[in-house]
Design a protein around this ligand. Structure first.
Ligand SMILES: [Mg+2]
Ligand SMILES: [Zn+2]
Length: 178
């Protein structure tokens, strides 16, 4: 199978320092939905892995997060694509869980769910912890310059990290290589 793992905030939709707390606050980045559609139509299984500590912080509840993700799925579908699953870490930074990026727990869950090896699977993020989790799980990390990406680029990145302007540029490269 061809799998691709995406961070959510700052990759698919606008990030917010104040957290995305409602469906209205979830706003797709330009070109991201079309990029997912092109990946889907090229046979990629598109999966999201997202830290959502706003749950642990009490900023929104699971029903609201489900409503946010219903909007995501709906808009991706309207663009002609599909997000197969959304994996999330609901914990806070001090909860000691194994799933909050930069730890690779969500990636291992994804590997288990799809019964696949993550070696070389592209994993797209805008924050260092996305790239670190991806690298720890054996994925191929991609940094996009949307969201926190421009700032992240200034720091040290995991070896082999590839850099693209946005998700659309990632899709361009992957589909060109194919
Ligand atoms: Mg992000
Ligand atoms: Zn967690």
């Amino acid at each position: 199978m061809k799998l691709i793992i995406l961070d959510r905030d700052g990759v698919i939709n606008q990030d917010s320092a104040a957290f995305v707390k409602s469906p209205d606050e979830w706003v797709a980045l330009p070109g991201s939905l079309a990029a997912i559609a092109r990946l889907s139509q090229a046979g990629y299984t598109v999966v999201v892995a997202s830290n959502q500590s706003g749950l642990a912080r009490g900023l929104f509840d699971m029903a609201t997060l489900n409503a946010i993700h219903a909007k995501l799925h709906r808009e991706v579908a309207q663009a002609g694509g599909m997000v197969d699953a959304i994996f999330l870490c609901p914990h806070g930074p001090d909860d000691g869980c194994a799933c909050r990026k930069p730890l690779p727990g969500m990636y291992y869950d994804i590997a288990h769910r799809y019964d696949t090896n993550l070696a070389g699977v592209p994993s797209v993020g805008d924050s260092l912890r996305d790239l670190q989790a991806a690298a720890a799980a054996g994925c191929s990390p991609w940094l996009v310059l949307t969201g926190n990406g421009a700032k992240t680029r200034q720091g040290e990145l995991p070896p082999g990290t590839r850099i693209a302007n946005d998700l659309s540029a990632v899709a361009d490269t992957l589909l060109q290589d194919a």
